[in-house]
Design a protein around this ligand. Sequence first.
Ligand code: UDP
Ligand code: UDP
Length: 472
Amino acid sequence: MPSSGGDVASGGRRPHVVLIPSAGMGHLVPFGRLAVALSSGHGCDVSLVTVLPTVSAAESNHLDALLGAFPAVRRLELELAPFDASEFPRGADPFFLRFEAMRRSAPLLVPLLAGAAASALVTDITLSSVVIPVADELRLPCHILFTASAAMLSLCAYFPTYLDANAAAGVHGVGDVDIPGVYRIPKSSIPQALHDPNHLFTRQFVANGRSLSRAAGILINTFDALEPDAVAALWQGSVASPFPPVFAVGPLLPANIPPPASNQSKSPANYIDWLDAQPARSVVYVSFGSRKAVSGEQLKQLAAGLESSNHRFLWVVKSTVVDRDDAGEITSLLGEEFLDRVQNRSLITKAWVEQEEVLNHKSVGLFISHCGWNSVTEAAASGVPVLALPRFGDQRVNAGVVARAGLGVWVERWSWEGEEGVVSGEEISEKVKAVMGDEVVRRKAASLGEAAAAAVDDGGSSYRCLAEFVRL
Ligand code: UDP
Ligand code: UDP
């Protein structure tokens, strides 16, 4: 990487990497981790482009804590261009709208970055087709940090070719997508929005997919043992050609950030104490990430399933899309009687918990997860088995990775958003009991945890990939 930052003790010049993340914790968290890894572990100067106000409170708390704990990481504030959300359907996902607002503001990056003496940009996939031209104008290499799975990157890279072939053959609609060198993604696992060619997400996805070949390199938050096929196929150019160098640098490790004060005040301070009091591997941890609500009916079935599994559980309940409007009470969502019946063996909260800390706790034996990619990599890093309950977007693709890698179990016929029906409490209970007692899954998950630790250790595959990226 060309250098243009400040002097290092040796007299050399440090590369200055400017990171441009997108909205949502699923995107911000891995960018923060990369910022710390580059700044503290690989001798780079790092700046982080931020947009205020953030969509969710979780993002602004996280940014404050990150930048407070790592003052070497500088902040570059991007002011958005005026954006009229009324041209989009009512109730459009607020995170997709923010992606679009950021995309339209990309030209404003030119003056922001012109004086920053950057040596390279690293941006999010959701912004790639609009940031690459900015980088070209500034004559800077533009890399992408892909914050989801290598399987999903291969879908993003191949999807435009797939659509072009369909159009040429007069085929309408999206079916199974057989990604060359990777595997077939069944129609039912394709993110819901991609079935609609006019959906805002689809338009962005296709534009970004077409832009990938113009990136200088792509970092992926995955590791070889988790996704060997997809990483190899991308690297060899089987998915799309030409294709930039691909660096599997995951699992990006949590930066040691003290929880922000605003989170602490909302958090049930006792969740770690509660976990401390439970026997080893006895607790089912249940969480569906930071950015999507689970429907009321599905919440009820989950409650019934957890109750009749007879296991202990720690459940983070999320019933709204953006945490700022999260006012519903647990009692009104789940009912007082249910809460009474399970109170001796559960902790249920709507507050933010430090998921890494939870997954690394010895009393946690299973993670019921929506399979947001950060959650999957965190489960893998902790060696905790996953019971996949994908809800939307890339989550079925990720659940497929979980099942293939042996990190956990996914029942493919279970419904997700936009399909008829819900996953019944009875089925959830049965699977919880089965996976909690499954020694084979437990051992496989533990061995993936060891492989993850080896990958990021000095000299491991992910460590070497990041070092190679810095040398580019
Ligand atoms: N997270 C957390 N505590 C919570 C909820 C989420 O620490 O109560 C973190 C989680 O560890 C992960 C991120 O938020 O790093 C969520 O990202 P993911 O890709 O799993 O899901 P998304 O929120 O994007 O759907
Ligand atoms: N994605 C992609 N190309 C794009 C936009 C998104 O490959 O142009 C991927 C993204 O990395 C994620 C999935 O599509 O795997 C769903 O995106 P979204 O941001 O909605 O998911 P999140 O990670 O925030 O839950």
